[in-house]
Design a binder for this molecule. Structure first.
Ligand code: F3S
Length: 280
């Protein structure tokens, strides 16, 4: 009999759940179309579900098409100071669902930038969260990953990380910064939800024959879970939902135990459907 084990911690994190609940509650409250600044979360299934419920993503350069008092939700990734100011000047009903942990990074970055520190962000420069954080220090931050060389840095630096960054990348970058700068203020702002998910995926992937990682292909935290699992378990696959699970994966007789994990933007119903498909 094949065993399927779900990681202790998998699926929606606090900030994502809060943003999705906010959107649904606003829809109920105003009973009219609701807009989110960009797709609310990195999961196409959820974005489609929201559209069916009249909750639509819209880009910043299109918000002039909205009408007065339309509701616009800022997603959990947060936005730059400039974007926030633009939004505040509109006549829209702005609901800020920035995750409080991300908002805390904005505050720190602004404070230390104003104190004359050069800001370093450990993360992906194209990720909306990092773009938002950089927008609290006048877009002046140096954005670093494990492989990148920092080059000459200012003597006085303040380092923060993208909330979904891995501990090893954080440590790797800090080691380099220590060699270049003299005055270093470092805030490990990796979210504990991310750490807990990564740790439980890591432990689980060490004791299973195959590992299924579920989440949007555009979700950075799911991609990181996949990388972690793949290191420990060669037979790891990454799918967006049950439709992506190949038959060979399910029917493989050598697989006695399958581990399952899911990114912070994967809702429970997608995890449940995938588990159900594999148990059949
Ligand atoms: Fe917030 Fe952490 Fe989720 S920063 S959005 S609770 S991964």
């Amino acid at each position: 009999m094949r065993k399927i084990i779900l990681a202790d911690s998998a699926g929606f994190c606090f900030g994502v759940k809060r943003a999705v609940d906010t959107a649904i509650n606003m829809k109920k409250k105003y009973n009219s179309k609701i807009y989110t600044l960009g797709p609310l979360i990195h999961n196409n299934d959820v974005v489609n579900f929201l559209k069916e419920n009249l909750i639509y993503p819209i880009e910043l350069n299109n918000i002039d098409k909205l009408e007065e008092n339309d509701t616009l939700i800022i997603r959990s990734h947060g936005v730059s100071e400039e974007t926030l100011n633009i939004l505040k000047k509109t006549k829209l009903n702005i609901i800020d669902a920035t995750c409080p942990y991300v908002a805390n990074i904005h505050k720190k970055v602004k404070k230390y930038y104003d104190l004359g520190y050069h800001i370093i962000i450990v993360g992906d420069k194209s990720h909306p969260e990092v773009i938002g954080i950089n927008g609290w220090c006048n877009n002046s931050a140096t954005i670093l990953k494990s492989g990148t060389e920092p080059g000459p840095l200012s003597n006085k630096v303040c380092v923060v990380s993208q909330t979904t960054e891995t501990q090893s990348t954080w440590e790797n970058v800090l080691t380099k910064v220590i060699k270049t700068s003299k005055e270093i203020v470092a805030f490990n702002t990796i979210c504990s939800a991310t750490e807990v998910r990564q740790k439980s995926a890591e432990e689980l992937s060490k004791k299973v024959d195959a590992m299924l990682v579920i989440g949007g292909f555009n979700s950075s935290n799911t991609t990181k879970l996949y990388e972690i699992c793949k290191k420990n378990c060669v037979n790891t696959i990454y799918v967006e939902n049950l439709l992506g699970i190949p038959d060979e994966f399910i029917k493989d007789k050598n697989v006695k135990i399958i581990g399952v994990t899911a990114g912070a933007s994967t809702p429970n119903w997608i995890i449940d459907e995938a588990i159900l498909k594999m148990s059949k």
